[in-house]
Design a protein around this ligand. Structure first.
Ligand SMILES: O=c1ccn([C@H]2C[C@H](O)[C@@H](COP(=O)(O)OP(=O)(O)OP(=O)(O)O)O2)c(=O)[nH]1
Length: 159
């Protein structure tokens, strides 16, 4: 069973009223990164390629609160601290207005016990303007059995 947005909001901070939806909580964009170098995934380890935060303003359109993103792919860090409670698994979907603007957010599984400010893969298929702090995604919780809780290398990231 998927939980209500009000329940999800108890595990997301900050979560103002505007972010709380019937079935989940909207997440905002905090930082957008360009990946600079290849990463590496081996049988027993992984390495994240170097990245750099994109500037918040561009030469011709000075507005320090906005990202102007040309077609490409980017890593985004969400603005909220997220905690996945025991007995649950989290999923993040793009906000439909993002998708309707030819952009997509690719996401993975959010494990029970994880806590941090997570990341997503933003695919921009048509240039787009995103204000820092704008809502771009929605987190939902499903109830789930599990043996252990998350204890990986991303635990506590960006808190
Ligand atoms: O779109 C997502 C999905 C998950 N996470 C967070 C929550 C999740 O619990 C954690 C680790 O995800 P996963 O287990 O898929 O990553 P991994 O590459 O297997 O890392 P580890 O070896 O630490 O398990 O990353 C995100 O930030 N973004």
């Amino acid at each position: 069973m998927f939980r209500s947005g009000a329940f999800v909001a108890e595990h997301v901070s900050p979560a103002i009223d505007e972010q709380v939806q019937p079935n989940g909580v909207d997440l905002t964009v905090d930082v957008v990164f360009d990946q600079l170098e290849p990463g590496r995934i081996t049988r027993d380890d992984k390495e994240i390629g170097d990245r750099v935060a994109r500037p918040l303003e561009e030469l011709e359109r000075k507005d320090p609160d906005k990202y102007y993103l040309p077609v490409g792919s980017y890593i985004v860090r969400y603005g909220e601290r997220i905690r996945i409670p025991e007995g649950h698994v989290g999923f993040v979907y793009p906000r439909s207005s993002l998708m309707r603007n030819s952009c997509m957010l690719n996401t993975a599984v959010w494990d029970a016990g994880y806590e941090g400010r997570g990341e997503g893969l933003l695919q921009v298929h048509h240039d787009v303007e995103l204000e820092r702090g704008a809502r771009i995604a929605q987190l939902v919780f499903a109830q789930a059995d599990h043996a252990e809780t998350y204890d990986g290398s991303y635990q506590g990231e960006h808190l």
